[in-house]
Design a protein around this ligand. Structure first.
Ligand SMILES: N[C@@H](CCC(=O)N[C@@H](CS)C(=O)NCC(=O)O)C(=O)O
Length: 200
């Protein structure tokens, strides 16, 4: 039995739900409010972050770690995480970007604008602009980020990109990115990222 501790507006959690959907796996979803620092949740992930996956005795935190586990455990040999070394490295690069430029650019902008978190909006928007320019150039020559078919690179690239406008980052200058988002949303089983609710 798989259990996923997640938050509905957390894109890191969404990566995992996308992968579960694509592999046809059912998981019990437990909504966690990480900021409440529940004792039981901290026992699962001392860093106090969602997502966390429980699979029997296995407890895994970190969206990238969970993505790799689910692919190797439940979708071995599938195109989502290729075995071939160069293809695997290309996917890994985008997983690193999701934890780096994506988190400190578009994700951080959304934390500031939607949840009034700390940070300098102009600074994180500049990180996002550099990232999106790079993605736009990549997607001008290929349909998906790491291959000619969807991979975990797209799973981890999609949620924060799709919701970037919530961080006051327009996707208008990036037609190839917008076309890629639409291609992904047409993939069977794809779960779109929900719009964040207005904050009081
Ligand atoms: N590296 C982690 C980052 C996850 C993360 O930042 N989760 C956020 C919500 S989207 C969280 O739980 N934040 C609470 C905190 O950091 O205290 C991953 O990829 O899973």
């Amino acid at each position: 039995m798989l259990t996923l501790f997640h938050h509905p507006f957390c894109a890191h959690s969404r990566f995992v739900r996308l992968a579960l959907g694509e592999y046809g796996l059912n998981a019990r979803l437990v909504e966690e409010r990480p900021w409440e620092r529940r004792h039981e949740f901290l026992a699962l992930n001392p860093l106090g972050q969602v997502p966390v996956l429980q699979d029997g005795d296995v407890v895994l935190a970190d969206s990238n770690a969970i993505l790799v586990y689910l692919a190797r455990r439940y979708a071995a040999g599938s195109p989502w995480l290729p075995d071939e070394p160069i293809a695997a490295a290309r996917v890994q690069r985008w997983l690193s970007i999701a934890a780096g430029e994506m988190k400190f650019g578009p994700a951080a902008a959304r934390v500031i604008t939607v949840w009034r978190g700390p940070g300098d909006l102009a600074e994180v928007q500049a990180i996002a602009a550099r990232l999106f320019r790079f993605m736009e150039d990549q997607l001008a020559t290929r349909a998906f980020l790491a291959a000619d078919h969807p991979t975990l690179a797209d799973v981890s690239g999609y949620p924060y990109t799709a919701r970037a406008p919530e961080g006051r980052i327009s996707l208008d200058p990036y037609p190839h990115i917008r076309a890629w988002l639409a291609r992904l949303e047409a993939v069977p089983g794809w779960i779109p990222m929900p719009v964040a609710p207005p904050q009081a």
